[in-house]
Design a binder for this molecule. Structure first.
Ligand code: FES
Ligand code: FES
Length: 179
């Protein structure tokens, strides 16, 4: 099929690419935009290595056609970190915990897990879970890792979810609840 302009927002930046509407989003990101953080594992929607957010919802970018992205918003692993006021890169809590706890080995699965887990943590998906470890395993079931055995990934996601809860400010009002 002939190329057509696809206009979309990726990590807060407006892009227009002239590609076949059938080209995979995964390939547009990696080849046309050079956002190589998103990885290809199976290429068949089974492993989750290519996970990105499309309008805020996790999708396997190997199964999404470029034509489906016109006018929409994509967030890749490159878009999780933020710039602090001093210009320093501030990793998302999930990224920081994956690094600090050794939740990545070969790293092929890591961007997809980071994107999916950040999405879950930002939405409080673990709040109130009776068994947070089981909940993380359930919610990340579509992201396969063949290196780590998952334990350190689960540890990282639970720690990141806890970090997403704002600490209570100090108060002299003993017994008073504070927001
Ligand atoms: S590469 Fe997309 S799900 Fe495996
Ligand atoms: S760290 Fe290698 S597949 Fe997960």
């Amino acid at each position: 099929m002939t190329a057509a302009p696809i206009r979309f927002d990726v990590n807060g930046v407006a892009h227009s690419v002239e590609v076949s509407p059938w080209k995979r989003l995964l390939d547009v990101l990696r080849d046309d935009l050079r956002l190589t953080g998103t990885k290809e594992g199976c290429g068949e929607g089974e492993c989750g290595a290519c996970t990105v957010l499309l309008d805020g919802v996790p999708v396997n970018s190997c199964l999404v056609a470029a034509g489906q992205c016109d006018g929409r918003t994509v967030t890749t692993v490159e878009g999780l970190a933020r710039r602090g006021g001093d210009g320093e890169t501030m990793l998302h809590a999930v990224q920081r915990e994956l690094v600090e706890r050794g939740g990545a080995q070969c790293g092929i699965c890591t961007p997809g897990i980071a994107v999916c887990a950040a999405h879950l943590c930002d939405r409080g998906a673990l709040a109130g879970a009776a068994d947070p470890r089981a909940r993380v395993r359930e919610l990340l079931a579509g992201n396969i890792c063949r290196c780590t055995g998952y334990q350190l990934i689960v540890d990282a996601v639970i720690a990141a979810a806890a970090a997403a809860v704002p600490a209570l400010p100090p108060t002299d009002d003993a017994g008073e609840r504070t927001p």
